[in-house]
Design a protein around this ligand. Structure first.
Ligand SMILES: [Zn+2]
Ligand SMILES: [Zn+2]
Length: 141
């Protein structure tokens, strides 16, 4: 254990402690173990990337909602690190969570690709639409 972790634990770092428990994912029933997550503490299932709405601030276990947090998007943080946007199916709250080292890469990619595979306009008409906007983003009369 490095010194930084030790200091956190000495301050009663229950956040990390709760997150290192083994648990069974309530969404895909996979047995999730703390090993393999890398340095991040685990707050979602590495297989289906789902989570439960138990935190108000990350790791605080202060929320009474308990709804299922669905992975709805990924975004790239400064430095190129990916994070997952979770949305609670019960109350609609959004939260951002760092990816873990063993998160399912296919699932991550499919979340990232989803908007591109379901564009809100026909892709074959992109050229036409750009021309309509005069190539500047404003519609010509
Ligand atoms: Zn799961
Ligand atoms: Zn919720």
């Amino acid at each position: 254990m490095n010194r930084q972790n030790k200091r956190k634990r000495e301050q009663g770092y229950y956040k990390t402690h709760a997150c290192t428990d083994h648990f069974v994912c309530k969404v895909c029933n996979r047995q999730v173990v703390p090993e393999g997550a890398g340095s991040n503490h685990r707050n979602h299932c590495p297989n289906c990337l789902s989570s439960l709405h138990v935190d108000i601030e990350p790791g605080d276990r202060e929320s009474d909602c308990g709804g299922r947090m669905e992975p709805v998007a990924v975004w790239v943080r400064k430095g190129g690190e990916w994070a997952i946007i979770h949305r609670c199916r019960q109350c609609g709250v959004f939260s951002s969570n760092r990816v873990a080292a063993d998160d399912n890469p296919m699932k991550l990619m499919s979340i990232a690709m989803k908007p591109l595979s379901e564009p809100p306009f026909p892709l074959e008409r992109i050229e036409e639409m750009v021309a309509l906007m005069g190539g500047e983003g404003s519609l010509k009369k």
